[in-house]
Design a binder for this molecule. Sequence first.
Ligand SMILES: [Zn+2]
Ligand SMILES: [Zn+2]
Length: 256
Amino acid sequence: MSGPAMPHLRDLATAGWAAVADLLLPRACAVCERLLDRGETGIVCGRCWARISMLPSPRCERCGHPTYAEKCRWCELLPPYVRAARSVCWATGETGLGIVHALKYQGWHRVADEMGVRMSRLDWPVDVVDERAALVPVPLSAKRERQRGYNQTLHLAHALASRWSVPVWDTVLTRTRHTETQTRLTPGDRLRNVSGAFSARTSARNVLRGAHVVVVDDVVTTAATLNACAAALCEGGARVVSFVTFGRAPALGDRW
Ligand SMILES: [Zn+2]
Ligand SMILES: [Zn+2]
């Protein structure tokens, strides 16, 4: 006797799990709020990833900043013991900034892994790839970490470390004092705000001695924070420091 096809038990179970997964996982993109397609496993949609403004070529071999000039102006921000700096995209517009905001302010620390994938694909001078001994996340002040519940740069560092096969040294640097948020400060004020805000732990001297370490941050603007970390690391014994960030703020006159 033939009747209406009964749904197979296994299909019902699969549909059930999909419904449960839909309840548990965010179904909308954390940046544009468009509903994610079934194949999109991250929390930022493919359209948003396609929309970020990558740093255009040609770029400076040392600091990674887009430049046509013989003498790179962005390099002037960096002290001599900084070997190289790299960033994935401009931290501008709804998408570039939106991804950083999702990581920093909206609690979506899972997006760090998707950002880390892009950061891990950056091109570096050969000596940096050969020498990099560890990733050091920019420490948050205890107060800010309590407010946020996590340090977003630590998540980025772990996402990168697994792909570069280098360790994360998240205890070598400490933040010696709480600093005001840099967002609304002028370049000079940024420098004063963070200078001396970090120090290397005495117990880290042995691991730091002679090492080339890569400091990780979400966004670089004037490099004041990263430079303060680099100064502390070199005082603690590191020989060379490089910087990696997801976003970079364009300076006056940049092409983007
Ligand atoms: Zn989106
Ligand atoms: Zn440069």
